[in-house]
Design a protein around this ligand. Structure first.
Ligand code: HEC
Length: 179
């Protein structure tokens, strides 16, 4: 559009006056987030166990769970022979070799992360469908398969953070590099 300077200025100031007059104070969209609405998203479990829910599960219960809900994809004992990202067992002692096998047992530094991951993402086809008892149980079974807990282990919010993972000291925080 072509216009001389005076007309353009007048048009512009009219436009901005109009904007000021009709600008709403609030858009009125949405509603304040309540603690209850936030709950389903507040599921993180930290390395020290903060966020673990009440509940408990045993290796034996986990064995049954695993056969029903996990083995079809991960192999009967978590040994998936083809896909490395689906192997849940083995690989201990291989991390410093050219053929490192990274699994929950050989690589993951915290047992609590196993709870967080399974609860958040597994079974792959029905994430967040397991109860806390079921997640504790299947976590116990995977740790047992890796020789990290004994067969009579029960896991809950107190015992799980105490489980020491073999590669717990295998990570160097970035701020310590070069020191
Ligand atoms: C339908 C197939 C399927 C089922 C059923 C399934 N998973 Fe998985 N799982 C996967 C896939 C695919 C991955 C890799 C995902 C990725 O790398 O993003 C995976 C990854 C994992 C990992 C992370 C492995 C790693 O080292 O990164 C764990 C732990 C795990 N699954 C546990 C379970 C448990 C426990 C169950 C049963 C409650 C289960 N999964 C059921 C497909 C499945």
């Amino acid at each position: 559009m072509r216009c001389n300077l005076a007309i353009c200025a007048a048009l512009l100031s009219l436009a901005s006056l109009h904007g000021a007059a009709t600008k709403p104070q609030r858009l009125g969209f949405g509603a304040p987030l309540t603690a209850d609405a936030l709950k389903p998203f507040d599921i993180d479990v930290r390395a020290d166990g903060t966020g673990l829910p009440p509940g408990r599960g045993t290796v034996k219960e986990g064995e049954t769970m695993f056969a029903q809900s996990c083995a079809a994809c991960h192999g009967a004992k978590g040994e998936h022979p083809i896909s490395p990202s689906m192997r849940l067992t083995g690989g201990k002692g291989t991390l410093t070799t050219p053929n490192a096998v990274q699994t929950v047992g050989s690589y993951w530094p915290y047992a609590t992360t196993l709870y967080d991951y399974i609860h958040r993402a597994m079974p792959f086809n029905a994430p967040q469908s397991l109860s806390p008892d079921q997640v504790y149980a299947v976590t116990a079974y995977i740790l047992y398969l890796n020789g990290i807990v004994p067969e009579d282990q029960t896991l809950d919010a107190t015992s799980l953070p105490k489980v020491q993972m073999p590669n717990n000291n295998g990570f160097i925080p970035a701020y310590q590099l070069g020191k």
